[in-house]
Design a protein around this ligand. Structure first.
Ligand SMILES: Cc1ncc(COP(=O)(O)O)c(C=O)c1O
Length: 478
């Protein structure tokens, strides 16, 4: 094929892996999020990485790592053969419209129906609920908030929780109390209020202060993922549900990270006794291959926002596209057939035991470990005590988690930082990771701990040139 635009990179060049890793890094940095990529490069974490199995990545030097990253969006690892074969079949055989915005669609109908069947199995009150599709988690939250507001038009406050994470579009950001993400964008959407997670009395006081009739909704993660795997006290979610029901306040359960098996249940809220009015799902529904978001709302709430001639009041171009719907159907099928939520629960318990043993052996490195299903948090002691002020303490924690992430990489485990916790690294392995690899993953975490028995070793073991370049980067780029 000939191109008239000099320098144009063809699809075949990329598919044929004809772009060198150095060129990929250079172009991505130059035209993309330069500072993020440069920071990763300084830490030797930038890749690009090649997927050599759904659960393993290889860098340009042939070094392999077990992939536990993906921010909980890889239920089957990266590019599982069964899912890839299905997508190939879909592309060959599908005759449904790709973007059926103005017509009915078999794929959308199937995914809606399957989701509601699954949800109503745990929460029968949802058997006639409705589904609205979008293309990301944050968009699913935006939809949820609009559904709730349409159902309570005279109310104006939304309550979310400290350390919560709901995304970074404007409303989701307003519900995500994190100064780093919010401060530049103030004033945020008016009416967003926050209260400590797991503290029922504080929530009751806040609702009373705002006046219950003025509260549209409480938005809650059944377990906080990006906050560092924070598990609420037993009974908290049930009590939140009862409190809101008493006042007619809409409950939105954000199951974007916890839902569909990650925490060892199909729906963590149901497992904890909460029957929310609206639920958001995203990450694993896309099988790690396509973008998707879903907002499930009770029928009466759904109809308030999208009635009759106003049924286009909320819409988008790509939500409900057939490829995402098809992958969603296939992903649910794979989760069901592998009984993966139950597997996640079993492996989660094994993993937590391993993590606790490692923490006991290396108490100078880890200050806490937490897990629910295949959602694991490793919390580090700060590698240097920066004392007060709080901002310096936070910096010490953040640097520790970043160096910890690097040491895990060097030991052969690719992990996740936590977007709303500076001190925590998370492992979110695929729910179908083979047992031997799962065991090996913990062996490697232990190896990283052996090499860094105290958090101070994280700094000691990092080449001084890297530390200096990182410090310079942090100071000059903010
Ligand atoms: C609980 C929760 N809600 C919302 C989001 C936002 O999803 P997305 O990144 O797809 O916009 C995330 C992402 O991590 C999440 O964990």
């Amino acid at each position: 094929m000939t191109h008239t635009l000099p320098g144009f990179i063809s699809a075949d060049e990329v598919l044929g892996e004809r772009l060198s890793p150095a060129k990929v890094r250079r172009l991505d940095r130059y035209h993309g999020n330069q500072d993020l990529l440069e920071g990763l490069e300084l830490l030797d974490l930038a890749g690009p990485f090649k997927v050599v199995s759904p659960w393993e990545l290889e860098d340009e030097h042939g070094v392999r790592r077990i992939n536990t990253s993906g921010y909980a969006a890889l239920p089957f690892g990266d590019g599982h053969p069964e899912l890839k074969a299905f997508i190939a079949r879909y592309l060959q055989g599908n005759t449904s419209m790709g973007l059926p915005q103005q017509s009915t669609s078999a794929w959308r109908a199937a995914l809606q129906s399957n989701l509601i069947r699954l949800l109503a199995r745990d929460l029968p009150s949802h058997q006639d609920s409705r589904v609205f599709f979008s293309s990301s988690g944050t968009e699913a939250i935006e939809g949820a908030v609009k559904f709730a507001k349409a159902a309570r038009p005279k109310a104006r406050h939304f309550i979310s929780f400290g350390s919560g994470y709901h995304g970074k579009t404007f409303m989701s950001l307003s519900l995500t109390p994190n100064a780093e993400y919010q401060d530049l964008f103030r004033p945020l959407v008016p009416g967003a209020e926050h209260t400590p997670y797991g503290d029922l009395e504080s929530l009751e006081r806040l609702i009373a202060r705002l006046h219950p009739d003025k509260v549209v909704a409480v938005v809650i993660e059944p377990i906080q993922g990006e906050g560092g795997v924070n598990i609420p006290p037993p009974g908290f979610l049930r009590a939140v549900g009862e409190l809101c029901r008493r006042h007619g306040i809409v409950v939105i359960a954000d199951e974007i990270q916890t839902g569909l098996g990650r925490t060892g249940h199909w729906f963590e809220s149901a497992a904890q006794g909460l029957d929310p009015d609206i639920m958001t799902l995203a990450k694993p529904l896309g099988g790690g291959l396509v973008p998707i978001g879903a907002t499930i709302a009770r029928k009466a709430i759904f109809e308030k926002m999208l009635p009759g001639l106003s049924s286009k009041r909320h819409s988008n171009t790509f939500g409900g596209n057939s490829l995402s719907m098809a992958v969603g159907v296939k992903s649910l099928e794979m989760l069901l057939e592998g009984d993966l939520p139950a597997r996640s629960k079993r492996l989660g318990q094994e993993g937590l035991t391993r993590a606790r043993n490692i923490m006991r052996a290396y108490p100078g490195l880890f200050s806490a470990v937490r897990a629910q299903g295949m959602l694991f948090a490793l919390e580090f002691h700060p590698m240097i005590a920066l004392g007060k002020p709080q901002s310096l303490r936070e910096l010490a924690f953040e640097a520790t988690a970043i160096f910890g992430l690097r040491e895990l990489h060097l030991a052969g485990v690719m992990a996740n930082l936590s977007l709303s916790s500076k001190r925590t690294v998370r492992l979110t392995p695929a729910l179908n990771m083979p047992q031997e690899l799962f065991d090996e993953m913990w062996n490697r975490v232990e190896l990283a701990a052996q090499r860094n028995p105290r958090s101070w070793s994280l700094l000691k073991n990092t080449p001084p040139s890297t530390t200096v370049r990182l410090a310079h980067f942090a100071l000059t780029r903010g």
